[in-house]
Design a protein around this ligand. Structure first.
Ligand code: IPM
Ligand code: MG
Length: 385
């Protein structure tokens, strides 16, 4: 065998070994932790980079207010900056990972994702690494535009697909590069089930799977087949499936899009489709995201760290809404449903209905801090009713 084929085959074998070990670990995993049964809930707070620390600080402030008197500890985890990740050449430095693992819940600001040509080493994204390390398999992203009848909840598979070994592709020769996409039975079953269980719990009537199974026949084909099989277990919930290209179009189809409710899809399609969906809601700055696993959960914005806002001196005008929406999901996840509704109501008032102050990302609007105070005031006003 030619040397380059041998070398590539060895690397491929390593990938398969690691993925097989992951399949085994997944099967051995205990069920979901019940956070309401803990003596003390520990929430780790990672500010991240760029506008991250400011908007994460806003979220922490609101959460501290809402969780006052509860047995909750907020623990600052400062080690997840791009400078530190670059220094250690790791997506998440070891000590920071240890600190994260000592928490139950993570509130995470956006972190810079290096790419080729940046001043940073081209290390894996901290988000992607954290999702894998903590096995946060369900990326839940709600998008709502009430006046247009849009009320979607995306269940994006978060640990597999094109992301599973996204930074471990192989340059076989200078001419030939190959990446890999991973679909496992366990990994697909758990995300699809999560989507259906959510629909059942919240009285939603439809689950839609999105793939490109007509072309990516093996991995997407497997994802779709499993979705179809699981759908049979939920006869009261309608199921349909779409290909990602036409789905991208249908999210813009005003007649059709109201029909979608819960949408379950592999990692990369979920990444793309949720940015499109968030744009319809007012931009990626308005959307929060939950990353749920059986042991840990992490809550974040769906957007990046906006380094341009920092270099242009506009960081204080960054919109904290995404992190505040993520905080609603956090409260829901830890069983604080009423507090979640309260914060959600306050955000709807401040960002959609009343809009006494608006953040525009520049000095044409209020600062993120002023907006946070506005939300806090609104929360307090609702509380005293
Ligand atoms: C997201 C982001 C991340 C992703 C990036 C920052 C790696 O776009 O959370 O959607 O691709 O998952
Ligand atoms: Mg994205």
């Amino acid at each position: 065998m030619e040397q380059h084929i041998k070398t590539a085959a060895e690397r491929f074998a390593e990938l398969i070994e690691r993925q097989t070990a992951r399949v085994r670990a997944m099967a051995a995993q205990p069920d979901f932790v019940d956070y309401t049964k803990l003596d003390k809930l520990i929430i780790g707070v990672c500010g991240g980079d760029g506008i991250g620390p400011a908007i994460t600080g806003s979220a922490r402030l609101l959460l501290e207010e809402l969780l006052r008197g509860e047995s909750v500890e907020f623990r600052e985890i400062p080690g997840l900056t791009i400078e530190r990740r670059a220094e250690f050449g790791k997506a998440i430095p070891d000590d920071t990972l240890e600190e994260l693992k000592a928490c139950h819940i993570i509130l995470k600001g956006p972190t810079t994702t290096p790419r080729a040509g940046d001043p940073w080493p081209n290390i894996e994204s901290a988000n992607v690494a954290m999702r894998k390390e903590l096995d946060l398999f369900a990326n839940v992203r709600p998008v709502k535009v009430p006046e247009q009848g849009i009320d979607w909840v995306f269940f994006r598979e978060n640990t597999e697909g094109a992301y599973a070994v996204g930074s471990q592709g192989i340059h076989v020769t200078p001419e030939l590069a190959i990446d890999f996409t991973v679909t496992t039975t366990g990994g697909t079953e758990r995300i699809v089930r999560q989507a259906f269980e959510y629909a059942k719990k919240t009285g939603r009537k439809r689950v839609t799977a999105v793939t490109k199974a007509n072309v990516i026949k093996t991995t997407d084909g497997k994802f779709l087949q499993i979705a179809k099989d699981i759908a049979e277990e939920y006869p009261d919930i309608a199921f349909d499936d779409w290909y990602i290209d036409i789905m991208t179009a249908k999210l813009l189809d005003e007649k059709r899009r109201r029909d979608f409710s819960v949408i379950v899809l592999p990692n990369l399609y979920g990444d793309i489709l949720t940015d499109e969906a968030a744009e319809l809601q007012g931009g990626v700055g308005t959307a929060g995201s939950a990353n749920i696993g059986k042991r840990y959960a992490m809550f974040e914005a769906i957007h990046g760290s906006a380094p341009r806002m920092v270099t242009e001196g506009r960081a204080q005008y960054a919109d904290p809404t995404s992190m505040l929406r993520a905080s609603v999901l956090l409260l829901e996840h830890i069983g604080q449903t009423e507090k979640a509704r309260l914060l959600e109501r306050a955000l709807d008032i401040c960002a959609i209905e009343e809009r006494r102050f608006t953040v525009t990302g520049r000095d044409t609007g209020v600062t993120g801090k002023q907006f946070t105070e506005y939300v806090l005031e609104t929360v307090k006003a609702l509380q005293s009713r």
